[in-house]
Design a protein. Sequence first.
Length: 95
Amino acid sequence: MCVCVTLQGSGAQQMSVPAHMAVTRNGFVYAVDHNNYRIVLLSPALNFVRVVVGREQLKWKPQRLWLDAAKSRLYVAVNVRVGDSTAGRVVVIGV
């Protein structure tokens, strides 16, 4: 079964290139919104709940994420292209 939640755009409840996700024990979904430079939280029914971390905090495009439910932390890998090179780092967010 495939459920599509992609609405191409930059509005508060729209996503542009969802790239990766992690699901909580309760069925909520953390999703990378690649082109909008943010991580969003979706309900178990895949409805928009809120922005977890935005462009101001990430600075670079999020690529992947990993949820450590035991420590209540979300690890987000972000990348930026500089000329012919790519730089990256991991941002840790308490959730």
